[in-house]
Each structure stands twice: as structure tokens, then as C-alpha cells.
Design a protein around this ligand. Structure first.
Ligand SMILES: [Zn+2]
Ligand SMILES: [Zn+2]
Length: 387
């Protein structure tokens, strides 16, 4: 640790975190959050700012004097549709919306990193601090990568961290290859024909089909397991049949399920099995079926070289490292970055007693801000020293 790290003043960063926390915005609505960050980071003289990438996304670029690797660090701009159950003076002012995934903290870490990069200029290459919209609904990362404005960035390395309650504070949680699962939302629509409830035989009710689909979906993973399959899960999320009208036999139904697996290939296997089930049952029951997919997250697959940079940085900072045996079941749209670039996502322990992510009483622990800044900065220094 050098002197500037010891004397790094966190008060303005904590204040920024609390202001962002108090003013959360949902996916695709993060305009004010992006503007607030732009005002804050402009003070730290980025060489370039690219605004409105994939909607509300914004990137701040620090350039060295010589050519060198381009290193991207990502934070997420969006909050969640959850009513906050915390009583503190920076409680969310937006009803039903709150930062319950700690994205306020992740943004603050990158804002602090901007200050650090202004104080310690890099001699070569580029560092890109990317604030991405719409992570929670799995849309932002892919949109960023496909945005014309992003094509000029083309990172050689991409990193992101996520705070993780349930792990010791400041611990670095890492894994080679798959770190977080792949998932997708499946929406099944079944169309039959309504009829008088006294004469259901005159219509086509989807009720038997819905019952069959639920049963088959709940056992679909067992049916696949023999085929050299790692991990899979199909979770029924929502079901509706007809209207709440006692005189009418239903003619329409919907089944929502979330499918997940440890690899994109395994997820494809589950998807096609589920489609097969729906089509077969719909045919038997003389129903029309329609299937659509939403909120698709690829698996986040970590590159071993990028993982090595994280582990070296953690060792230098004397942080505890936890290698996890199996990937996390949750998903992260950073998988789009690791699919396209050499990169890795790692966890930053948020404390064993801290409420879980997406819980209404969760709040990002401010002690993690400096750890986050330091690990990113050390990764950057090590990459630039090597190349
Ligand atoms: Zn989340
Ligand atoms: Zn998150």
C-alpha cells in the first residue's frame, strides 16, 4: 500500500453512495443516476466521456501516453422494483424502488477509481469505467456490446465485481470457468375456447394441459440427467387459467417458468425439452400454443488469465481468497462481456450477517468501497506492468 491509499478520503464517496441509494431508478430509467455520476467523475478529468451508450450507459476513459491494453471495469446503474425496509436518512425516496443489489456501491467503487486514476496517471493503454444500464433484466450488457459507440472501445480485458452477503467482509470469491449460471424466462401461452361452465365439453379448456405442463416441467431435469448433464433447474414462476368468473370454462392459460443451467449448451438442452413437452401436450389437448423467451442471461464464464490477475491482486492486498467449488445458481449479464472478451466476474464478501441481495432490508456496506477501489486499481497496475 502506498501513502495515497492510506490517506484516501472516503467521505465524499460515501456521500455519493447514499445519494444514489436515496434516488434509485429502475432498468432503462437510470438517466438521473448516469447524470449524477457524470457530474461527479468530470471533476477527476477523464480523457474521454462516451454518453448514452445503449440508452443511459456512460463510459469514462483514462488514457496513457503510449499504446497498451484496454482494460474495462463495469458497474451497473439500475435498482430493483422492491420496497425498501430500512430506516435511515438515505432511505429510497422512490416508492417501490430501491438499490437492493448493491449497484449503488459498485458505482461508487468505480467513481472512487476515477479519482485514483486522476491522482495516479497510467503511462500506457486505456482504462474504461463503464456504467451499464438494465443489468437486472438481462438487457444492458448485450445492448452495450452491440452499440456502435462501444465498438471503438474494444477492451482487451473486462472485469466486474459483485458484493456477496453470506461471505466474510472483504473476501474475494472466485472461480475459473463458469462463475454464475445461465438462465432464461419461458412464457407459454395456451389458447383454447371458452364455454359455459355448465357445458365445458363445448369449449376447449387448457386446465388439464397446464396441470400436465407443471408436472412435466418439475421433473424435466431428472429426465435429462442421464445425458451427461451438469446442473439444471426449472422453476415454475406464475400460472394463470381463464378469468375469475364462475360461469365460464376457461379458454386461455399462461405458464411462466425460469430455466437455468451451468452452461449455455445445457440451457439449450433444457429449453428444447420444455418446448417438446408444451408442443406435445398442446397437441393432445387440441390447444394452440405459443412460446416466447425473455430475460436471457448467458453463463458467466471466467477466463483463467483474468482470474489470475484477480488472485494476484487479492494476494498483494492480503485479502482472503475463496475458490468456490461450483458456480453460483444466480445469473449476471456480465456473461455477455466474458463471452466476447477476456474477462472475469468475482465476488466481494459483504459480511455473513448482511441481508441477502434483493432482500428488502439489504444495504451495501460502505466498508467495501475502498477494498473495491484497491483491487481494481491493483489489477490495472499489474496488467499494465506486464504488457
Ligand atoms: Zn440483482
Ligand atoms: Zn446485482
Amino acid at each position: 500500500m502506498n501513502e495515497s491509499e492510506n490517506s484516501f478520503d472516503l467521505s465524499e464517496l460515501i456521500e455519493l453512495r447514499k445519494t444514489i441509494h436515496a434516488n434509485p431508478e429502475l432498468a432503462h430509467e437510470e438517466k438521473n443516476t448516469a447524470e449524477r455520476l457524470t457530474r461527479f467523475i468530470k471533476k477527476f478529468n477523464p480523457d474521454k466521456i462516451i454518453e448514452r451508450i445503449a440508452g443511459n450507459g456512460v463510459a469514462f476513459i483514462y488514457e496513457g501516453n503510449k499504446n497498451g491494453p484496454v482494460i474495462l471495469l463495469r458497474a451497473e446503474l439500475d435498482a430493483l422494483p422492491i420496497t425498501e425496509e430500512c430506516e435511515f436518512d438515505y432511505k429510497s425516496v422512490n416508492n417501490g424502488v430501491s438499490h437492493k443489489c448493491g449497484h449503488d456501491g459498485h458505482m461508487t467503487i468505480l467513481a472512487g477509481l476515477a479519482r485514483k486514476l486522476n491522482e495516479n496517471k497510467i503511462n500506457k493503454g486505456k482504462v474504461v469505467l463503464l456504467f451499464q444500464p438494465a443489468e437486472e433484466i438481462g438487457e444492458g450488457a448485450e445492448k452495450i456490446i452491440n452499440d456502435k459507440k462501444f465498438t471503438e472501445i474494444k477492451p482487451d480485458y473486462a472485469f466486474a465485481l459483485h458484493n456477496l452477503p453470506g461471505f466474510k467482509k472483504h473476501e474475494i470469491i472466485i472461480r475459473n470457468n463458469t462463475f454464475a449460471a445461465a438462465s432464461v424466462g419461458m412464457k407459454v401461452e395456451l389458447k383454447g375456447k371458452t364455454s359455459h361452465a355448465a357445458h365445458p365439453e363445448n369449449g376447449i379448456s387448457p386446465s388439464d394441459a397446464v396441470a400436465d405442463i407443471i408436472k412435466k416441467f418439475n421433473s424435466v431435469i431428472n429426465a435429462i440427467k442421464n445425458e451427461n448433464f451438469d446442473f439444471g433447474l426449472v422453476t415454475i414462476i406464475h400460472v394463470s387459467i381463464g378469468e375469475k368468473a364462475f360461469g365460464t370454462s376457461p379458454g386461455y392459460a399462461e405458464v411462466y417458468a425460469t430455466l437455468r443451467a451451468n452452461s449455455d449448451a445445457d440451457l439449450e438442452v433444457i429449453k428444447s425439452k420444455c418446448v417438446e413437452i408444451v408442443e406435445l401436450i398442446a397437441k393432445e389437448e387440441k390447444l394452440k400454443s405459443e412460446i416466447s423467451w425473455t430475460e436471457a442471461f448467458p453463463a458467466t464464464v471466467n477466463d483463467p488469465e483474468a482470474v489470475d490477475f484477480i488472485i494476484s491482486a487479492a494476494n498483494q492486498l492480503k485479502l482472503n481468497i475463496k475458490n468456490i467449488d461450483s458456480p453460483f445458481r444466480w445469473t449476471e449479464d456480465f456473461g455477455h462481456f466474458t463471452k466476447t472478451y477476456t474477462g472475469a466476474l468475482f465476488g466481494l464478501g459483504a459480511g455473513k450477517q448482511t441481508p441477502q441481495l434483493h432482500n428488502p432490508d439489504y444495504d451495501f456496506p460502505d466498508e467495501l468501497i475502498l477494498t473495491g477501489i484497491n483491487i481494481f486499481h491493483t489489477i490495472i497496475q499489474n496488467i499494465l506492468a506486464e504488457e
